[in-house]
Design a protein around this ligand. Structure first.
Ligand SMILES: CC(C)(COP(=O)(O)OP(=O)(O)OC[C@H]1O[C@@H](n2cnc3c(N)ncnc32)[C@H](O)[C@@H]1OP(=O)(O)O)[C@@H](O)C(=O)NCCC(=O)NCCS
Length: 153
């Protein structure tokens, strides 16, 4: 069974997954930063094995940025990443967010599009350590709010 564990700040298991995925597999060098001390970190465990991680950073009271989304290689294409994202979105919602954003690797855009994240701000592509990235966002409000629903007595 998959168990989500949220903490404030990075944990050794989150660090281990990010080292394995972003440093060893993808070759990033500036993986860890000051935000790791204060962010909400999520690690998913399968029978006590840490299999995926991600983090939430507050941009403003209504906006949280999801980042460092990583699923260990043997567990990919089994919906673990999608599950991780739904936990992160739900947590952002409970913290008061109406919007979640990601600074996504362009090559992973389809993964995020399928989860309801789309380009904003003109779809500008920038580079992080030479890897093309793009900002995507998702409206976290319930659908009746998005349609401008108003309750009338
Ligand atoms: C991207 C990542 C988080 C996806 O995790 P996952 O558990 O494999 O994702 P899911 O199984 O929930 O995928 C759902 C769908 O998203 C799409 N998708 C998944 N990985 C994708 C990828 N690498 N590129 C494009 N689309 C992808 C597919 O349509 C997939 O459906 P399918 O498995 O039937 O083909 C994972 O591949 C990973 O950790 N990659 C390395 C780290 C990374 O690049 N993180 C993202 C930084 S922006």
């Amino acid at each position: 069974m998959i168990k989500p564990v949220f903490t404030i700040g990075i944990t050794p298991d989150a660090k281990l997954i990010r080292e394995e995925v972003f440093i060893k597999e993808q070759g990033f060098t500036n993986e860890f930063d000051e935000d790791d001390k204060t962010c909400v970190t999520l690690v998913l465990y399968l029978d006590d094995i840490p299999i995926a991680t991600g983090r939430l950073l507050k941009v403003d009271p209504a906006t949280y940025q999801i980042g460092r989304v990583a699923v260990r290689a043997p567990y990919r294409h089994k919906q673990v990443g999608s599950y991780l994202m739904s936990f992160l979105c739900e947590k952002a919602r409970t913290l008061g967010a109406t919007t979640a954003i990601v600074h996504a690797q362009v090559s992973k855009r389809d993964f995020y599009n399928r989860l309801g994240f789309y380009e904003f701000g003109g779809g500008v592509i920038d580079e992080d350590e030479g890897v093309p990235h793009i900002y995507l966002s998702k409206d976290l409000r319930p659908s009746h709010f998005r349609r401008g629903y108003r309750y009338h007595k």
